[in-house]
Design a protein. Sequence first.
Length: 255
Amino acid sequence: MVKYEPKKFSGVGFAARRSVSSENIIGSVILPVPGGITDTNAVSWGSDNLDPLQVALAQAALGFTSGGVEGATAAAESIGAGVAAGREDIKTAIAAAFAGQAAGVRSLITRTTGAIINPNMELLFQAPTLRPFNFTFKLSPRNEPEAKEVIRIIRFFKQGMSPITTPSNLFLKSPHTFKIQYKLRNDKEHPYIGKIKECALTGFTVDYTPDGNYATFEDGVMTSYQISMTFQELEPVFNSDYTELDNNEDTEIGY
């Protein structure tokens, strides 16, 4: 668990997020690697249309923006050449488009000719996505020291994910965030399971009776707890997060 720090401005964008190191770790919990390990990388794509009339308007606007009057004139000449090359179809489309606008009927071309203006539909990249991660652990202490440790683990996550009040109570500061790693032998990060970026803990559920009945030790500690956690990465995964692929040397899965 680390203290949340927002990214800094850098020019017209943002600088890289600060790295997680031993200096800024608030605390840590070591849990057994659970079953059902999965990750899903996804990006958002969507269909987009740009009909010839929109293309002409866009060309004129871009020409004026980049080249002023001369640029707009060049764009107009290019549009005029396109109109001349297909004058009958374009004449019909332009006439129907203006008539449809005037009459408030968007489907006038289809109604009068049985055709539609080519929408030039294309699947375009829209945005990256932020990956979620879910973990469930059953914690069953066998003695008093283990019971205290289980309580500390539950408290660690519950308190860490909670918003932080300022002294004046005028603002709420962001909760702490978490860096999750799968460990191999000798405390080495596992190279053959996908890495996880810094995450926010967005949900934490405790089942105090996971065995279906109420049972406690003499001091009142439950004989078993089940915790379910939902994390989400603070940043998308980018191509630059991976090293250059080398068929002979690079065998890590990465993110």
